[in-house]
Design a protein around this ligand. Structure first.
Ligand code: PMV
Length: 337
């Protein structure tokens, strides 16, 4: 089995809406930071004797997306071999922690390696995007921009991880898989939210300003743009029909805690993806105080500490945590198309 690892990413300016549903090109630009401690391992073994792909390690609901990705890969490369796929993440999946980003970046890395196909980062990103849009950003380490261009999109690193030793803390408020996934959520928002056009329009300014703020390592500016961008995405989603609400009570309690910290002079800023977890940005020197404050909020299950991380890599052995998950009785065996 060939193993690829990839990290999740946090969008400071978010992708929420497609210009092209099939090819998963975005309607607006996004800018993310790849997270070092949220990792997915993907193992791929090609087996022409398999009649169906075999996918282990994801909830049932998430498996068809992996099989569609494998189908898309086969259609694109002309290689018909079915595969045995093992997936494992060291954090809760399908719960708003961008596990699809690390999953498909790791899988893209593992599958090209299993075929011995040399792939440039741009080609890998193009492939990862077929699984999940945000996965194309996890193909690079550090700070990464993905924006629409005529008839498609382009993804490129804007600064390496060494550029900024930012602390990114994840306050986990629920480990339950979310009810409405990102693809369905953004589709519904685009189709029915009266605020969707305003969301896409305001994202243009957010992206341009975020680019400058990241380049300048200006935490106050990055934080302010990230918070307003996140609130606008959620406002557009909440106004969809039927409405989308990804938050739990503890999500709001963490938002208030972050604002309280700021009022006390501690520079901490939040962002929230399509789930109830709250990601908090702060300076490395403040991270112990911020972790303690987040952990004290009722409903926070745990706090994961992260920082800017690397792009995907092929490893000889999977990390130790993979075995535990793959061998667990709950691991699912799956069926392909
Ligand atoms: O890549 P998807 O389909 O899982 O969508 C990701 C959507 C957000 O995480 C909410 C925003 C983003 O840019 O990552």
């Amino acid at each position: 089995m060939i193993w690829g690892l990839a990290n999740s990413n946090l969008a400071l300016v978010k992708y929420w809406g497609k210009a092209d549903e099939g090819a998963k090109h975005p309607a607006g630009g996004s800018l993310s930071v790849t997270l070092d401690s949220l990792v997915t391992a993907a193992g791929v073994e090609l087996d022409p004797s398999l009649r169906q792909d075999e996918v282990i390690g994801l909830p049932d609901k998430a498996i068809p997306k992996v099989v569609s990705f494998l189908d898309a890969f086969r259609a694109r490369t002309g290689n018909g071999s079915r595969a045995r796929v093992r997936l494992s993440s060291n954090f809760p999946v399908a719960a708003g922690l961008a596990s699809s980003a690390s999953t498909f970046a790791a899988l893209a890395q593992a599958i090209v390696a299993a075929h011995g196909i040399p792939a440039t980062p741009a080609e890998l990103a193009d492939l990862a995007r077929l699984g999940s849009g945000s996965a194309c950003r996890s193909v690079f380490g550090g700070f990464v921009e993905w924006r629409p261009i005529r008839g498609g999109s382009v993804v490129e690193p804007v600064a390496p991880k060494e550029h900024w030793d930012l602390a990114i803390l994840v306050a986990v408020t629920s480990e339950r898989p979310k009810d409405v996934g990102s693809s369905e959520g953004m589709k519904r928002t685009a189709a029915s939210s009266p605020y969707y056009p305003a969301w896409i329009e305001s994202g243009v300014t957010d992206l341009a300003e975020m680019r400058g703020a990241v380049a300048a390592r200006d935490l106050g500016c990055v934080g302010e743009i990230a918070e307003r961008n996140c609130m606008r995405m959620h406002a557009a989603a909440m106004a969809a029909n039927p409405p989308l609400l990804y938050w739990e009570a503890a999500t709001i309690a963490v938002i208030r805690k972050v604002w309280e910290l700021r009022a006390r002079g501690l520079a901490a800023y939040f962002s929230i993806d399509a789930g109830p977890q709250v990601k908090v940005l702060c300076a490395r020197d403040d991270s112990a105080a911020v972790v303690a404050a987040l952990a004290s909020v009722a409903g926070v299950v745990r706090v994961i500490q992260s920082k800017p991380g690397d792009g995907p890599r092929v490893v000889a052995e999977p990390p130790a945590w993979v075995e535990r998950v793959v061998d667990a009785p709950a691991a699912k065996r799956a069926v392909a198309s």
